[in-house]
Design a protein around this ligand. Structure first.
Ligand code: G3H
Ligand code: 13P
Ligand code: ZN
Length: 309
């Protein structure tokens, strides 16, 4: 088994009306939790690594852990750079063995985004690596200011054909109202399915990516708050909206915050109920099991990717 690109898995997902979970990884426990869930449920999988995760865990450790997960579980998955901000980080990940990269040129002008994305695509494709681009801007951490979801700059569907044609990207992240983190909507959750539909109509058969797609699982937020945490007003994307997006052109759904919540809720639970525990394995094993549970739930109830590997 091996690291694979996203090409074949996206084609099958598009045709099958389901989506692949792209789970952010930061350490061994998260990698084990995610890959074991995908292996048990025979689900295709993308492990994604942010610049922050790469800085935290270091490239060499993440590569070795990914290889260990392949050996241990016997599955294929894509190893993907999340939100690459320039050519250099994409090149470094491609040279270092990643099978997929995202070049996030969404903060640039349309023309500069095209030029940057095209440059990454040329290098990536010459090395057998697939590329995700982004058009439109999500609210939240991407621009380092805590703007509200309502201020998100939605993708303009009239730009997508030109962007895909001129850059040669393999998939496209669009902004339809989601945002990163645990505080996505102030009032009622609202996604612009009309934009997704129009993008799908303009790009038949082309895989679309949804960022900021954690549901911010209410039970986990409640548990965190009950165990000494402080997350009032945390709110995510309702699962029925994600299922609807997965049945449309969305082939990749990015999930990080829900894994963080699972890990934090589990560790807070152990700290509260078993104050005598001081062996890190005592709480990290519980955290790993909780992340595994979250991923299993996503695969079966949100993504519909079980038994599709
Ligand atoms: O989209 C961002 C991901 O949730 C990664 O977050 O940059 O804190 O690792 P991070
Ligand atoms: P969440 O914060 O909703 O999990 O989004 C993660 C993401 O989009 C990573 O790129
Ligand atoms: Zn993202």
């Amino acid at each position: 088994m091996a690291l694979v690109t996203t090409r074949d898995m996206f084609k099958k997902a598009y045709d099958g009306g389901y989506a692949i979970g792209a789970f952010n990884i930061n350490n061994m426990e998260i990698i084990q939790a995610v890959t074991e869930a995908a292996a048990d449920l025979k689900s295709p999988l993308i492990l994604q690594v942010s610049a922050g995760a790469r800085k935290y865990a270091k490239h060499a450790y993440l590569m070795a852990l990914a290889q260990a997960a392949i050996e241990d579980t016997g599955i294929d998955f894509a190893l993907h750079l999340d939100h690459g901000e320039d050519f250099e980080i994409c090149k470094s990940c491609i040279d270092g063995g990643f099978t997929s990269v995202m070049i996030d040129g969404s903060k640039h002008s349309f023309e500069d985004n095209i030029a940057l994305t095209k440059k990454v695509v040329e290098y990536a494709h010459a090395h057998g690596v697939t590329v995700e681009g982004e058009l439109g801007k999500l609210a939240g951490i991407e621009d380092d200011v805590n703007v509200s979801a309502e201020d998100a700059c939605y993708t303009d569907p009239s730009q997508v054909e030109e962007f895909v044609e001129k850059t040669g990207v393999d998939s496209l992240a669009i902004a339809i109202g989601t945002s990163h983190g645990a505080y996505k909507f102030k009032g009622e959750a609202r996604l612009r399915f009309d934009i997704l539909e129009e993008v799908g109509r303009r790009l038949p058969g082309f895989p679309i990516v949804l960022h900021g797609a954690s549901s911010v699982i209410p039970e986990l937020v409640d548990e965190i708050n009950a165990c000494g945490g402080n997350m009032p007003g945390a709110k995510g994307v309702p699962e029925d909206m994600l299922r609807k997006a997965a049945s449309m052109a969305v082939c990749k759904i990015n999930i990080d915050s829900d894994l963080r919540l699972g890990m934090t809720a589990a560790i807070r639970r152990v700290m509260k109920n078993s104050p005598e525990v001081f062996d890190p394995r005592g709480y990290l094993s519980v955290a790993r099991a909780e992340v595994n549970k979250v991923v299993r739930h996503k695969i079966v109830n949100v993504l519909g990717s079980d038994n599709k590997a």
